[in-house]
Design a protein around this ligand. Structure first.
Ligand SMILES: Nc1ncnc2c1ncn2[C@@H]1O[C@H](COP(=O)(O)OP(=O)(O)OP(=O)(O)O)[C@@H](O)[C@H]1O
Length: 653
């Protein structure tokens, strides 16, 4: 199968062209496209001189639905999209993009309209319907992530990032092994087509469009919608893990300023859009700072040529057709993107087979006890053991990841250089008192109708009987903890339609934001919970947090700071008091953070009421001195843990 395919599509005349009484100068026969320049009546060019014919993989005539040769969106998908899906499932990368003049129908072909979905939604839908179909019969597991970016005026912007002010100017880099990539681009785990649809719609709303003379809603940017698709399975006892990337690109128009009526900002855009000069060869593409994920694409589909039928667009259309003609000559070397561990297992297996064959040969010529045969045998055993170990490791890793990610409410998202663990349900994050602990523990608090988390804390070893009684009567999920001052049945977290309450049991020692709780207490976003003396949690309520973020938008930055800082400072001040004046209370660096943030907050409030601005370095200094004074002697800086520093960073913003 050719690795590059080129299709040309011609759209119906638009109103502007009809108003200009433009004539259709495009003819399509099978895979041939012919363009005929109208006679000017002066130069005396013959019809032959004025006619140019090009051959592509597909020539799509979409000018008139009543024409028997009319090509629908469905047809374009079945010719191009299905093969993209096929190659993705085989472990190849694929790239589809449309190239052409503004208003020639690129977005229509790629994204489509609500009633006439284009290639991008159809490919995404096709991907998930295949995954669903496949998982029902072949034991394979799949993981799909989505990212969406736009390149506008030479700047790269994440269309799926929530904080819109931080989305411009992402850096385009080249990874020595994986090829070009966009640094800090967010990646979103998706479980179904509707997840993709939601992201796509959000991203489309963020796209930069404007009216040009040629198109009412012209895309002024290049947009790249990427699906990164991992599949893992056992194939004849051999683990297999492949990663395929599908890049679906909607390019901005390749218009000439003259015929689009572009001026000012639009003209600048046009100049930048045309900088992505696709009319060069693939080597040139690689050099551009504008990232067209082309170079390492294995099966590269170039739906680059969508053209206008009208004579008024003769020159743009001709240049597009010429470009498409050159695109046919691009040569790719497809390779399957296999996981490095899986490749190692495969190579070790091949080596085992080779050693076995050699040993068999040695056996036949009575070399069995020779030192060579013995060392070969040893190597063989080593390799077999390694394969077993690697296969087990790989299987565990994959199963664990899949199980976690199967939780619909949990998603991993890359943001900046960090990874964000997103959950829609209220949850607790464990703040471990063990300084050497490095993992993050998240406990979901599911609604009471499903399961509720009951904290059943183990200080005495008698969980079996009581625990099971609770388990069946309350239909609760239990969490076992160890630590000081924990009751055997300590407390219950109940989630009633999104309202989460902490119910202490048996006079158990529970506190919320440093205040001892004896009665049921409603938890609010960001609350810090201490169970017994050492088990600390932060409570997150994503919906409440979203509401507070909205408030923050309405009331502006300062109020927003006060919103979050008020909550934080309440917890901090209470906590610091509790921790400082309670000698039994375990003093950890987590409390340092709270104490420090409280100082910072007081300082901020003072400055804010004076109408002045806050100097972060002064704050730091003041905080340093103040917290030094109140910090107990036994606290040393080496207790500072990574998550502590992250919190401090945020406070200094
Ligand atoms: N094959 C088609 N059938 C019907 N309508 C089409 C077709 N192609 C394009 N159109 C219509 O033509 C108009 C311009 O198309 P579109 O916005 O896709 O152009 P574009 O090439 O993406 O332009 P730009 O580069 O300015 O973003 C739209 O109203 C679109 O619905």
């Amino acid at each position: 199968m050719a690795s590059v395919r080129v299709a040309v599509r011609v759209r119906p005349m638009n109103r502007r062209e009809k108003d200009l009484s433009a004539q259709n100068i495009i003819r399509m026969d099978d895979n041939k496209t012919t363009i005929t320049k109208l006679s000017d009546g002066v130069s005396g060019e013959s019809l032959r001189d004025r006619t140019k014919t090009f051959t592509y993989d597909f020539s799509y005539d979409s000018t008139d639905p009543s024409n028997p040769r009319f090509t629908s969106q469905e047809q374009v998908f079945s010719d191009l999209g299905l093969d993209v899906l096929k190659s993705a499932f085989e472990g190849y990368n694929a790239c589809v993009f449309a190239y052409g003049q503004t208003g020639s129908g690129k977005s229509y072909s790629m994204m489509g309209t609500p009633g006439e979905a284009g290639l991008i939604p159809r490919i995404c839908e096709g991907l998930f319907s295949r995954i669903n179909h496949k998982t029902s019969w072949d034991q394979a597991s799949y993981r799909t992530e989505v990212s969406y970016l736009e390149i506008y005026n030479e700047r790269v912007r994440d269309l799926l990032r929530r904080k819109s002010n931080q989305t411009y100017n992402l850096r385009v880099r080249e990874h020595p092994k994986d090829g070009p990539y966009v640094e800090d681009l967010s990646r979103h785990l998706v479980q179904s087509y509707s997840d993709v649809e939601e992201l796509m719609e959000g991203g489309n709303l963020n796209r930069t469009t404007a009216a040009t003379g040629m198109n009412e809603t012209s895309s002024r940017s290049h947009a790249i919608f990427s699906l990164s698709f991992t599949q893992a399975k056992f194939d004849a006892e051999q683990p297999s893990e492949t990663l395929s990337k599908i890049h679906l690109v909607d390019l901005a128009g390749s218009e000439r300023a003259e015929s689009t009526g572009a001026s000012g900002a639009r003209l600048k855009e046009g100049a930048n859009i045309n900088k992505t000069d696709l009319s060069q060869d693939s080597v040139n593409l690689k050099k551009k700072s504008v990232f067209v994920p082309y170079r390492d694409s294995v099966l590269t589909w170039l739906l680059k040529d969508t053209i206008s039928p009208a004579d008024v667009n003769y020159y743009e259309t001709l240049s597009t057709l010429r470009y498409a003609n050159r695109a046919k000559n691009i040569i790719n070397k497809p390779t399957v993107n296999e996981d490095a561990n899986v490749r190692l297992i495969r190579e070790l297996r091949a080596e085992i087979a080779r050693l076995k064959a050699l040993l068999l040969q040695g056996n036949q010529i009575a070399l069995l006890d020779s030192p060579t045969a013995l060392s070969m045998e040893e190597k063989l055993h080593q390799n077999e053991a390694r394969v077993l170990e690697l296969t087990k490791e790989w299987t565990n890793k994959w199963n664990e990841t899949q199980n976690i990610l199967k939780e619909e409410t949990l998603a991993l998202r890359k943001e900046g250089i960090g990874v964000v663990l997103d959950s829609e349900l209220p949850h607790l994050i464990g703040i471990d008192d063990d300084l050497l602990s490095t993992g993050i523990i998240l406990y979901h608090l599911k609604p009471i109708t499903a399961t509720t988390l009951m904290v059943y804390l183990m200080s005495a070893w008698d969980r079996t009987g009581t625990c099971h009684t609770y388990c069946s009567s309350f239909k609760k999920k239990l969490l076992f903890l160890h630590g000081l001052d924990l009751e055997s049945e300590h407390c219950v977290f109940e989630n009633h339609s999104g309202t989460v309450t902490l119910l202490p049991l048996n006079q158990a020692q529970c506190s919320v934001n440093g205040v001892t709780v004896k009665q049921p207490a409603m938890l609010t976003q960001g609350a810090v919970i201490l169970l017994g003396r050492t088990n600390m949690f932060r409570f997150n309520h994503p919906k409440e947090a979203a509401r507070l973020r909205e408030k923050r938008k309405v009331f502006g930055l300062l109020t927003s700071l006060s919103l979050s800082m008020t909550d934080l400072s309440q917890s901090c001040e209470n906590l610091s008091t509790v921790m400082l004046y309670n000698p039994d209370c375990l003093y950890t660096t987590t409390s340092n953070v709270f104490i420090e943030s409280a100082f910072l907050w007081r300082r901020f409030k003072r400055e804010f009421h004076r109408g002045g601005s806050v100097d972060a370095s002064q704050c730091k200094q003041e905080k340093q001195t103040s917290s030094d004074q109140i910090r107990p002697d036994q606290t040393s800086s080496d207790q500072i843990r990574p998550h502590t520093l992250i919190v401090l960073d945020r406070l200094y913003l």
